[in-house]
Design a protein around this ligand. Structure first.
Ligand code: AMP
Length: 281
């Protein structure tokens, strides 16, 4: 496995890869866990060469404190990636990715009008900036993203199609801890008490899925029920609970108007913000 700490080094390594090879790319912000590693393993199944980037992208953080305390564990990450069989790890500097200020504004097709969009202004535009920049550099045949970030996945699919990127976006299922908590780099910031409370999020989502099948509660009523359940634990505070059409991400008002439906939540455990989602239909 080769570790490239600069753009020039990465470009040299990429130039050595045969044009016949199908490259797979896994962009990450590091502090890697089994969720990230599952993407690398999936990449191995379809790609001849697997490239992983580790870059904490400043333009997608709307909260400077969140950026400052985002965990950084590059050495440990590289060990895990070597074990997982990555071929190249790209650890660029901010100057490599943004030689000048990135002023680009992306058409996100309105997919940012719910969920994370209004709560994290500029977040998805920052994601589009870094993902397009990385795609321009790496030029992958396949790129792998987790369903844990359901809305991000939809938005990346949208703009890569709009912009005609010749890359196939592959989605990978959410990897969870044994108690159901979705793995996240932010989990390591939780106190013992917050960590003990956090599995209630997915437990409630699973109960919501059962209730949605009975269709006794309307989508709005089910969101209120989920909010009440999660907030019944004093360690947790929901920021939003939304039920959306899985393809358009429009809010669902009636169960029968939509073929595919997803429930998405953001929950604060103290100042740590956790997101999760579940397919209802
Ligand atoms: P991040 O480092 O948080 O930007 O995540 C990098 C990639 O890993 C994104 O495509 C995430 O959706 C994905 N990812 C993060 N957590 C998980 C998880 N628990 N299961 C599967 N994929 C994940």
């Amino acid at each position: 496995m080769v570790i490239c700490y600069s753009l020039t080094h990465l470009q040299r390594e990429l130039s050595l890869i045969s044009d016949n090879y199908k490259t797979g790319f896994v962009p990450t912000m590091g502090a890697l866990h089994q969720g990230h590693i599952s993407l690398v393993k999936r990449a191995h199944e379809l790609s001849d060469k697997v490239i992983v980037s580790i870059f904490v992208n400043p333009t997608q953080f709307n909260n400077p404190l969140d950026l400052e305390r985002y965990p950084r564990t590059v050495e440990e990450d590289c060990k895990r990636l070597e074990e997982a069989g990555a071929d190249i790890v790209f650890v660029p500097t901010v100057g490599d990715i943004y030689p000048q200020k990135d002023e680009r504004m992306f058409d996100l097709g309105g997919l940012d009008s719910v969920g994370e969009g209004p709560r994290r202004p500029g977040h998805f535009n920052g994601v589009a900036q870094v993902v397009t920049r990385l795609f321009d550099i790496v030029k992958p045949r396949y790129a792998y993203f987790g369903e844990k970030d359901f809305q991000q996945l939809s938005i990346i699919r949208y703009f890569t199609k709009e912009l005609n990127y010749p890359v196939e976006i592959i989605s990978c299922p959410t990897i969870r801890e044994e108690d159901g908590l979705a793995m996240s780099s932010r989990n390591m910031l939780l106190t013992t008490e917050q960590r003990a409370a956090a599995p209630l999020i997915y437990k409630t989502l699973k109960m919501a899925r059962e209730r949605s099948q009975a269709q006794i509660l309307s989508p709005d009523e089910l969101c209120n029920w989920v909010t009440g359940e999660i907030n019944s634990n004093s360690m947790l505070k929901t920021e939003y609970v939304e039920i959306v059409n899985s393809l358009t991400l429009r809010l669902v008002k009636n169960w029968n108007d939509h073929e595919q439906i997803q429930m998405c939540v953001a929950v604060f455990a103290g100042s740590v913000r956790l997101i999760d989602n579940i397919k209802l239909k």
